[in-house]
Design a protein around this ligand. Structure first.
Ligand SMILES: [Zn+2]
Length: 253
């Protein structure tokens, strides 16, 4: 069996599993229930705060054959296809590596066609601030008159780099840094399900070091078990991360 990184394995599959972004997930769920989903969203926030997870959940929820209270069922044909990556109607694109006018033009041509299986074709564009000026202009044309069957979810860590014309076309959601308490709660679940034996203060250290990014917290946790021993205490993290004890004291661990 292949190895799956913890942050992939424990990626939330529905809104209720997401941590620390209730202000966003509640609104999105209400929109889905009321059938008032917008055609373009901008998810803004620091790395590891759940933007991509939320985008994937939203893309499934609006296409799910049996949605429940605004959540995707994750069991129907559409949800399964989306989770496995087989469903071509949900398109994920990283603007850091696909930022040219041609990349966006191909989307513009594609949007004229109906989705193959799902109700909506959803474009999730990560790091959207990396698009070139020409690409933004091409995207704007599509955002101005999107076909009924197309939705856009743009994600960024640097919204100030986006043209005002793009911003004004999107419903914007600002993802918060995840609190230390929320990160600890999630880490506790991950450790329990992965049979990792960890001390309370070690959990706290990881949570503080991750600075509000769940993905970073899971990456640190992962590094701590790479020796094949599922046991973690303060000293182990200290050795791994290379932080002297005094720093912990000064930072009030
Ligand atoms: Zn479903």
């Amino acid at each position: 069996m292949g190895y799956t990184a913890l942050y992939r394995k424990f990626r939330p599959l529905n809104f209720s599993e997401m941590v620390g972004q209730e202000h966003i997930t509640k609104t999105l769920k209400n929109q889905i229930i009321a059938n008032r989903v917008g055609h373009a969203y901008l998810f803004n926030g620091g790395r590891g705060t759940g933007k991509t997870s939320a985008a994937k959940i939203l893309a499934r929820a609006i296409n799910c054959l049996n949605p429940k209270d605004g959540e995707p069922c994750n069991e129907c044909e559409i949800c399964k296809g989306a989770i496995s990556g087989a469903l071509t109607d949900i398109v994920e694109m990283d603007a850091a590596s696909n930022n040219s006018v041609e990349d966006i033009r191909s989307i513009r041509e594609e949007v004229n066609f109906l989705p193959t299986k799902a109700k909506y074709r959803v474009y999730i564009i990560d790091e959207v601030h990396m698009l070139s000026t020409g690409a933004f202009n091409a995207l704007l044309k599509t955002l101005e008159e999107p076909p009924e069957h197309v939705k856009f979810i743009l994600a960024t860590t640097e919204p100030q780099k986006l043209p005002a014309t793009i911003l004004s076309r999107c419903q914007r959601f600002d993802f918060k840094k995840i609190s230390t308490e929320d990160i600890i709660k999630r880490l506790e679940i991950v450790c329990k399900e992965s049979n990792i034996d960890i001390t309370k203060s070690a959990l706290n250290i990881i949570a503080v070091l991750s600075e509000g990014a769940m993905r970073d917290a899971l990456s640190i946790l992962e590094r701590c078990i790479q020796d094949g021993e599922n046991k973690i205490d303060d000293d182990k993290i200290k050795d791994l991360v290379g932080i002297p004890k005094t720093v912990y004291v000064n930072r009030n661990y």
